[in-house]
Ligand binder design. Structure first.
Ligand code: HEC
Length: 148
């Protein structure tokens, strides 16, 4: 009886907590960036003419990205979740060694998203004009802090 209770007590946290916090954190982080990528895809698709430009849809994509800039990513960068710890992630260990540099890239990206929010619904040319800087801000971080 005593053993059964102990076994149940030991089994509980396994069920209640994440089975693998490292893997779950990596997946959540990638999910965050997938959301960014999906909205970026709408804007890029419109700029390339693969999707018809629609002012409301372009503004929504830009505003969604704006909303994501206020998300606190801290927990998604839990120590022990770099590409040195898991082969499921492309987040380079350099991120954890250079938070100041990452924040600089992050600030450039936030500024580019704000600029896009200002013009996304104003016409295809205005939106496309802001897209280069926005894409460049993504690339700026990826080139330095994300594995190829
Ligand atoms: C400050 C750094 C930084 C900025 C800015 C940034 N990213 Fe990323 N991004 C990353 C890192 C790090 C990863 C790798 C995450 C992982 O594999 O755990 C990533 C991964 C991704 C992925 C792949 C997600 C997956 O499925 O594995 C996409 C898509 C993406 N980013 C899109 C974007 C877009 C679009 C922007 C700009 C609007 C952007 N990112 C800006 C750091 C950044």
């Amino acid at each position: 009886m005593r053993f059964a209770i102990l076994a149940a007590a030991l089994a509980l946290p396994t069920v209640a907590l994440a089975a693998d916090p490292v893997q779950d954190t990596i997946e959540a982080r990638q999910g965050f960036y997938k959301l960014l990528g999906a909205n970026m895809g709408v804007l890029a698709g419109m700029a390339k003419g693969e999707i018809d430009y629609d002012a409301a849809a372009a503004q929504t994509a830009a505003d969604n990205m704006g909303t994501l800039t206020s998300y606190n990513l801290g927990h998604l960068y839990m120590p022990g979740t770099s590409s040195a710890d898991s082969d499921k992630t492309r987040a380079l260990p350099k991120i954890w060694e250079d938070f100041a540099g990452v924040q600089e890239k992050g600030a450039a990206y936030v500024a580019a998203v704000k600029a896009m929010q200002g013009v996304a619904g104003a016409g295809k040319d205005q939106m496309a004009g802001a897209l280069g800087a926005l894409g460049g801000s993504c690339k700026g971080c990826h080139d330095t802090y994300r594995a190829k």
